[in-house]
Design a binder for this molecule. Structure first.
Ligand SMILES: C[S@@+](CC[C@H](N)C(=O)[O-])C[C@H]1O[C@@H](n2cnc3c(N)ncnc32)[C@H](O)[C@@H]1O
Length: 267
């Protein structure tokens, strides 16, 4: 999936500090970059995006046949503006989960900038992306299937997922980024409902889990706010080049932080 904030670029850095354990829990799984590139025995993968979790569950449940079905939408005929808006409309109105999941993948590769944005009525409203030949991620879907039997997927808020952590688990949290500039509107409504309060609660929960012997790694922008919220963690900061950003002004080099709360798994 093209996913805002995906972690492919900094995978090696994440893997270098992610502690070993029996099960990896990702409360903000997104496109699953960490799941697909690590080797834990078991995974608990959650996100609050229903379309994303339905796509993963449908692929996991149906297997290779679903890959073929998804591929059938990636045709030259469907890579045209008029057809894109018809399929977008179908995505927004269908109650067939299989069709909706396949269309979600189609939209992810044909929509402008791979964005995932909804209007107030909940409809996906990103315009046509005009790509010459959108990539069909068949290889990646097959790779997903080789690992999917280790994973349980959940549609859940991060607070619920983090409460499920037990000794022997390791948690990797990749929340929506805090805004970079101090002047950016950082309220409870910023970043798709993920504001200051949620960021602070996440840091508190991470500290609480670490206290119970469950290490938690959190990634975010390195700002005064995050460095303060992650005070009790072991901190690594580094620069990263960002390509996908909803906000053009935020493209370019930014400093990221990896904060490790509790660095020993107690079994
Ligand atoms: C930065 S992205 C994760 C990117 C992911 N690590 C990857 O490599 O693609 C943040 C994710 O948090 C999810 N999210 C936002 N608010 C959430 C919440 N309250 N609980 C759980 N997930 C949430 C979004 O749907 C999004 O997938």
């Amino acid at each position: 999936m093209k996913w805002a904030g995906n972690k492919y670029q900094i995978l090696d850095r994440i893997k270098a500090v992610l502690p070993p354990g029996r099960r990896l829990i990702e409360p903000f799984v997104g496109s699953g970059a960490v799941f697909l590139n690590t080797d834990y025995e078991r995974y608990l993968l959650a996100d609050s995006n229903q379309d994303l979790i339905n796509l993963f569950l449908t692929l996991q449940g149906e297997g290779a046949e679903f890959i073929g079905y998804c591929r059938s939408f990636f045709t030259g005929e469907n890579n045209a503006e008029g057809r894109y808006y018809e399929l977008r409309q179908e995505f927004n109105t269908t109650s067939d989960t299989r069709l909706k999941s396949a269309l979600f993948l189609y939209l992810n590769r044909h929509a402008y900038n791979g964005l995932c944005r909804h209007n107030l009525r909940g409809g996906f409203n990103v315009p046509f992306g005009q790509y010459r030949q959108p990539y069909f991620p068949g290889k990646e879907m097959r790779h997903f299937l080789t690992r999917a039997d280790r994973a349980a997927f959940r549609l859940a808020d991060f607070r619920e997922t983090m409460r499920l952590a037990r000794r022997g688990d390791v948690v990797y949290c990749d929340p929506p980024y805090v805004p970079l500039s101090a002047t950016a509107n950082f309220t409870s409504y910023s970043s798709g409902g993920f504001g200051r309060e949620e960021q602070a609660q996440l840091a508190e929960l991470a500290q609480e889990l670490a206290g119970r012997g469950v290490p938690v790694l959190v990634s975010n922008h390195a700002t005064e706010f995050t460095l303060n919220a992650y005070q009790s963690a072991r901190i690594t900061c580094f620069d990263v080049q960002r390509f996908i950003s909803c906000d053009g002004a935020n493209r370019g080099k930014v400093e990221e932080v990896l904060a490790l709360f509790g660095d020993k798994v107690i079994v």
